[in-house]
Design a binder for this molecule. Structure first.
Ligand code: CTP
Ligand code: ZN
Length: 154
């Protein structure tokens, strides 16, 4: 490592979300409900050089685990992210996020006239038409949601 480089510290215990597409780290942070006022060590790296992609973002959170709902939400904005669970400085688990073709129960349709927004007990269901840009088509009304529509709900 030359004196032109400054390597970001490893964390002792917690979660590293790596290989987030360049520019999407703040969306991931929002999904996790992080305000910046938590008493934790966190590192957010944006547009750092990556071998696999040209650039990538990284979010490191000391002392925090993710639940499955958070992992599912992250898949919507960072469909190729890897989630690393760190214990005692070691990567003890690596989970590669994958966006399924059908998304159920995670996102709500924004069409007020959609049957999924009536009093009927229906679970929302969307078909992924595109990952980047994100396009989700509602099974019930055909309305297409974009990433901004999705992020607004989290
Ligand atoms: N990491 C960390 N603290 C640790 C261990 C790992 O912050 N104690 C970070 C690394 O900097 C890296 C990610 O967690 O961003 C995954 O670590 P590792 O699997 O060691 O790196 P790679 O082999 O490069 O991962 P991949 O195979 O997913 O590219
Ligand atoms: Zn709908």
């Amino acid at each position: 490592m030359s004196d032109k480089e400054l390597r970001v510290s490893k964390i002792k215990n917690g979660t590293v979300i790596d290989h987030i597409s360049g520019g999407y780290a703040l969306d991931v942070v929002k999904i996790l409900g992080i305000t910046g006022r938590e008493r934790r060590v966190m590192t957010i790296a944006i547009n750092v050089p990556s071998k696999r992609f040209k650039v990538k973002d990284i979010v490191k959170i000391e002392g925090r685990a993710l639940n499955s709902q958070e992992v599912n939400r992250i898949a919507l904005v960072a469909p190729h992210a890897s989630i690393n669970i760190i214990h005692n400085y070691n990567v003890v688990e690596k989970l590669v996020v994958k966006l399924p073709r059908v998304i159920e129960g995670i996102v709500k349709c924004i069409n007020p006239a959609c049957i999924s927004n009536s009093n009927e007990p229906v679970t929302s269901r969307f078909y992924v038409q595109s990952e980047d840009p994100l396009w989700l088509k509602c099974h019930y009304c055909g309305y297409v949601l974009e990433k901004a529509d999705v992020l607004q709900q989290f």
